[in-house]
Design a binder for this molecule. Structure first.
Ligand SMILES: [Zn+2]
Length: 158
């Protein structure tokens, strides 16, 4: 078993023991590693998050294309729509930023694992919105679970 498989297995068991939000439809966990060092973990959450919203309100989560209508009318005023639930990748990034500088986060690897309600493993490829901060903060590559208990690696910043 290589270290990537080992880390994935750790994340999958962490989903069973460490995921505290009962409201999510499916559980996701992300971990950021620099070399052998774990910088942070993060979970998806039903709670909304301003950093997630910062990237989400401009982009469609599914396609990554800019939204045409980000402005909502409220009480006669136009206000930007800035509400988005926390995704595991952004949560891990925020937790890493609490403890480490940009230079330490640069070049790191993020692992993302997903389990469905029935306990089966699901595809955890970061959505187009999460790919924006991962690229901005110079995360090097991402490993994510597939539907069939394997995982995939993709380069984010070469
Ligand atoms: Zn996302």
């Amino acid at each position: 078993m290589n270290r990537h498989q080992k880390r994935m297995n750790e994340l999958l068991s962490l989903l069973d023991s460490g995921h505290k939000d009962p409201h999510v439809k499916f559980k996701l966990v992300a971990a950021i590693y620099k070399g052998n060092r774990n910088l942070a973990y993060g979970f998806n959450s039903f709670k909304t998050d301003p950093m997630q919203a910062r990237y989400s309100y401009n982009y469609n989560t599914q396609t990554g294309t800019p939204k045409e209508k980000t402005i909502k009318r409220y009480a006669g005023r136009s206000i930007p729509q800035r509400v988005e639930c926390m995704h595991a990748e952004v949560s891990a990034l925020k937790n890493a930023l609490k403890k480490y500088g940009l230079d330490e986060i640069e070049g790191s690897t993020i692992y993302v694992a997903r389990k469905l309600k029935d306990g089966s493993i699901g595809n955890a490829k970061p959505c187009k919105v999460c790919q924006i901060p991962l690229k901005l903060f110079k995360i090097k590559s991402v490993y994510y679970t597939d539907d069939d208990s394997t995982f995939t690696c993709e380069e984010i910043n070469d």
